[in-house]
Ligand binder design. Sequence first.
Ligand code: PLP
Length: 388
Amino acid sequence: MIQLNEHERAVAAHLKHLKDQAGTHSPSIFTLAEKIPDLHIRIDACFLSNPYATDLFLDYLKRELIDTGKMRDVLEFYPSQNAVIAEILASCLHISPDNIFIGNGAIEIIQAVLHRYAGKKIIVNIPTFSSYYEFAPTGTEVVYYQLSKDNDYALNIEHYCEFVHNQNPDTVVLINPNNPDGGYLSFETMKYLLDKFSSVPTVIVDESFIHFAFEDDNYSLRSVAELVQEYPNIVVVKSMSKDFGIAGVRAGYAVMKNDRVKELLQNGFLWNSSGLAEYFFRLYVREDFLSEYEKVRVRYIKETQIFFSQLKTVEGIKLYPSLANFGLVEICDGSNAADFVSKLLIAHGIYTRNCSDKIGLEGEFVRIASRKLEENIIIVNAIRELMS
Ligand SMILES: *Cc1c(COP(=O)(O)O)cnc(C)c1O
């Protein structure tokens, strides 16, 4: 069992206070460092991003904007309008620009889509990313579909389809891979579900972690975004924060039928991308950037899978199956998740996500992100020490 000494208990109480203030999201490491100065944070395994992709973006930014002085233009002038950026993306996504809506992060899109299209009843699978129920407008009933712990939180397809059929919702939400467990639905399964749900007015598919999932030896990614003509009820939400490691840039987009894009744009969102986000989107469609990104994507996936296989060997914890860049870990030795997170942070400088505020998780859970190879080794060793 994990035991905290007096000093650690005091820090843990402080930590809990900061977490309570942050609501259903975690305080950032910068907030922690500011408010608890004697913490020495070495590794942020709470935030879920590919650190190699951040390095790549920074390389380009330095070379093309900072060293050339073009950064001034990015800061001084208005960025392009939403529809102009959609047009840039269209070429690389192989989707018509009328079907693309650009967001100031995916969170802005989730909020906008829920407020306009959620309808009377929305089904959300739990555990989940909290915004999908928190941002449901008043008047929308949120119905939870509990993913079963006995089934490792994997979706039981037939049971779920029957549930949706009986509930007759206006909107269903599928996060693929799911946050916080990393459970993945294959492209074929997604198509099967979309066929079943053709009469549901809105099917939100959040693919914010899809770059980390794979189905074959080439690590190819399979998005349902290109099926928007075939399934006009889908809204495919895509954050760039995690797979490109640029949460501070605030870039995301969604693919949906064109009258919905038009409707949303009539309500604002004209210049909702910053100059930096526009720079990112322009990079995102460039072949040189994409081919370098593909290398760091595959490298990171491989290292993440090694990280998972090592975590599985640690006694006293259970890692749930994940095809995302993080693992949902259950603490099985009787310790609680708050003590685990506090001890790991105070004694080892590793910040992980306590999942005790996640509805639909029965037990003591933490979510641990994969970082760079050498950091992952430090994380595994620290957890091994903690659990011994
Ligand atoms: C992080 C996250 C988002 C929000 O991403 P931003 O683009 O940073 O707003 C959306 N959906 C899921 C499932 C996430 O985990």
